[in-house]
Design a protein around this ligand. Sequence first.
Ligand code: C5P
Length: 230
Amino acid sequence: MSSRLIVALDFPDTERALSFVALLSPADCKLKVGFELFVAGGPDFVRSLVDLGFDVFLDLKFHDIPNTVAGACRAAAKLGVWMINVHAAGGDKMMRFARESLSGLENPPYLIAVTVLTSMDAEQLHQTGVMADSPDDQVKHLAKLTRESGLDGVVCSAQEARMLRETLGNDFLLVTPGIRPEGSQQGDQSRVMTPEAANAVGVDYVVVGRPVTQSDDPLAVIAQINQALL
Ligand code: C5P
């Protein structure tokens, strides 16, 4: 069975990322490339991971006018990546354009949305003009909009997963960062969950960065997380 672990390749340069990836095989995990590495390594770097056989989540969180986002999604899909994302706050029309931009492709990537950044609290949301009572209400609202726009799922915190599973049903991907295996450093994540607990609340994929990338024995941590997700 294909792994439900997505390792976040949060390295400052492609040399360090590639020497880490050389330890892994595509059966161990999927890989996430975010802004830092994409800006450093560009599309060629992403293609090189795809050519090694890895499923790649290109985490660029597109948010612009519908036509521009559609073009960016199509360009990303042409790299052969497995998953891409946009900001749900870009609205229904933007998400529908993004979805349509992938139609007709032979192997389209999963297209998911970010709802509310986990760094935003109620006060910061209000400052940006969002008047939802709580971040949770806004997450639920935007996750529903994402589903109605025809996307495949959302990035969400594990704390939100149960509520979203209940609201949106099983046929909607929940992709969850903020995961910490028992005994690992919490780092700057404020609300964390173990892989076992995330599995129990019904997430589809977990995103884990530093507990794997900064471990002395990354393969052992990967094996432990894969085991927890069985
Ligand atoms: O090292 P760590 O496991 O905290 O890495 C988590 C990854 O997930 C990072 O790449 C981070 O940017 C990303 N992420 C997150 N929280 C979100 C969305 C993405 O931690 N709400």
